[in-house]
Design a protein around this ligand. Structure first.
Ligand code: SF4
Length: 130
């Protein structure tokens, strides 16, 4: 007798603006952990299949927030990660970012914090501040 269960999930692929609705058949063990994604349908390209597997094992998201500005014409600078990082690291990243103060002037895409939590991804400015 098998200890695993099969579950069907639906979620959107967010890799491109088409946002295809994916239907994913997932096998879970007795603890609810994903054993494997058995099938992915609804994707209009192969990237949807890759996204579904990533989403079930290590979901990735771009982190967006603000940091304090010193000497600028605004008090807060919008920032984001240059690429998606593991969703599981977002809380830890926010703890780190919360204490940051950046000096104006700042140009959009300037690196605010390099290699955030050793992800290899930089935290960058989302706008200019004079
Ligand atoms: S499956 Fe392909 S076409 Fe559909 S949203 Fe994902 S990347 Fe875009």
């Amino acid at each position: 007798m098998s200890d695993t269960v099969i579950e069907t999930l639906q979620f959107n692929c967010t890799t491109c603006p088409s946002e295809c609705l994916l239907t994913v058949e997932v096998e879970r063990d007795a603890n609810g952990a994903v054993v494997e994604a058995r099938s992915v349908t609804g994707n209009n390209c192969p990237r949807g299949d890759k996204f579904a597997h990533q989403e079930l094992t290590c979901p990735m998201r771009v982190l967006t927030t603000t940091v304090t500005v010193s000497g600028g014409d605004v008090a807060l600078l919008p920032v984001r990660t240059a690429e998606a990082i593991p969703l599981a690291l977002h809380a830890q990243a926010m703890d780190l970012i919360r204490g940051l103060v950046v000096e104006a002037p700042i140009r959009m895409s300037d690196v605010v914090l390099p290699n955030l939590l050793n992800t290899g991804i930089d935290l960058i400015a989302s706008m200019d501040v004079e």
